[in-house]
Design a protein around this ligand. Structure first.
Ligand SMILES: [Zn+2]
Length: 315
């Protein structure tokens, strides 16, 4: 038995066949295109699945062995497999399940990509064996997936888990959602870059600017964290400020729901233990019951595979 997982992103669609041990046994990818119709996009995804299903590579790679197909999207979907909103792809109330099942008649599921990654980690990654966890992706934006009793929790109306748009600062930095001061504006990779650009405008002698070849437009989260590792005082200051925002956000989460474990994924999490150690050290300061055992903040284990594996696990 195999399950097919589709990790639908803004630039590419990763598609894989996952076996009963949650291992990817075949995979391929296609670029995400917004210049073709939705039906054509589904055609291309189905073609890619048919390419992967090659029994000469693995005997179970046949359509008969496929029990279900799942897709993770950078947006939200309802229980009928309709994509309510997926801005990157221009999908609004798009019947993804219905269109897919016209081409391949198998059970089809769709969910938000952060939920999908959280599910993958809870079965085959760092939060395996726990019953409650929160997965936070620190990328261009902030995504979050909540697992309660082994299942994705997305709220009664399906709009929960939008941790990135909880508000940290009144009258803060304007957010893409229309509000101001959202967590996303202080804890994403984009936020580190903004803080670093502001800092180097005042301190052009910073190692950050040197590592960015003198061009503030080239600054990325990795450069800032690498410069902080090199003990550049300006980079350290930016990193400390970022850690304070992230620690406050994590503490809010712990005060509110006290999960068993919190995982960090996405681009910024590639920094590794320098990030998780700093948050684990600082966030308890802001937690009410901080003399009791608290959840550990850890770096997610599955990286880019989580999207395919988690989508394949949807049911
Ligand atoms: Zn927002």
């Amino acid at each position: 038995m195999i399950r097919i997982g589709l990790d639908i992103g803004g630039t590419g669609i990763q598609i894989g066949a996952v076996d009963e041990n949650n291992k990817i046994i075949a995979q391929d990818s296609i670029p995400t295109r917004t210049d073709i119709s939705f039906e054509e996009q589904v055609d291309r995804m189905v073609e890619c699945i048919r390419r992967i299903l090659n029994p000469s590579v693995h005997p179970e790679l046949t359509l008969e062995h496929v029990v279900s197909i799942g897709a993770g999207i950078p947006g939200i979907a309802d229980d009928n497999g309709t994509v309510i909103d997926c801005t990157n792809l221009g999908w609004k109330y798009t019947p993804l399940r219905q269109e897919f099942q016209k081409r391949i008649d198998k059970p089809f599921f769709v969910d938000n990509d952060a939920n999908v990654a959280a599910l993958a980690e809870s079965v085959a990654g760092k939060s395996a064996g726990t019953s409650s966890s929160v997965f936070i992706t620190l990328g261009t934006g902030i995504g979050a997936g909540i697992i309660l009793n082994g299942k994705i929790w997305k709220g009664f109306h399906g709009v929960g888990g939008e941790f990135g748009h909880t508000i940290l600062e009144v009258d803060g930095v304007p957010c893409s959602c229309g509000n101001r001061g959202c967590v996303e504006q202080y804890c994403s990779a984009t936020a580190i870059i903004r803080m670093a650009r502001e800092a180097v405008a005042v301190h052009p002698d910073s190692l950050i600017l040197e590592m960015a070849q003198g061009d503030p437009a080239r600054i990325n989260a990795k450069i800032v964290i690498d410069a902080a590792r090199e003990a550049d005082p300006i980079a350290e200051k930016v990193f400390r400020r970022y850690i304070t925002y992230l620690s406050l956000s994590v503490a809010n989460l712990v005060n509110f729901m006290d999960p068993e474990i919190i995982l960090l994924g996405g681009g910024v999490s590639k920094a590794g233990s320098i990030l998780s150690d700093a948050v684990n050290l600082e966030y308890p300061k802001y937690v009410l019951f901080n003399t009791l055992p608290l959840p550990k903040v850890e770096i997610a284990a599955l990286s880019s595979e989580a999207g395919i594996i988690g989508a394949a696990m949807l049911s």
